[in-house]
Design a protein around this ligand. Sequence first.
Ligand code: HEC
Length: 125
Amino acid sequence: MSAKSIIQTLFVLFLSFLDLTANEDGSLLFHGNCITCHFETKTVSAPSVVDFKEHYLRAFPKKEDFVNYMSIWVQHPKEETSIMLESVEKHGIMPELGFDLETLKEISEYIYETDFKNKHKGHKD
Ligand code: HEC
């Protein structure tokens, strides 16, 4: 192996490590901060994650659009920009939680990538 290919291999390993830790953070942040109000599959005091994810996927099939809209919306929830007005009517508008945009992007990416209907890491019943 040449020095160049060793460096390339190390770099790829480093990138996949970053990717893994990003996902872990998203999972922890989501499970620590969102499921207090949003159950994963049941709608109680707020729409379930499965429910709002379905609305979002219909409106924003592309990951980039999904993540951008969700993180900006959650940063400043407003009725005018809600795509789930029936939920706003039923539960009242979601409160502002005070997260920065980078954190909300990690959470939104985690939501986009996770299949909440099936077993996934970090989930507690
Ligand atoms: C204090 C309770 C509470 C917490 C905590 C909470 N939510 Fe919500 N959320 C709500 C309620 C109630 C609604 C339904 C009304 C609405 O849409 O504003 C909602 C709606 C939403 C919607 C639908 C947006 C729309 O278009 O109306 C998204 C997306 C969302 N929440 C994401 C999150 C994420 C991500 C987190 C964690 C960072 C989170 N929520 C934490 C109460 C909460």
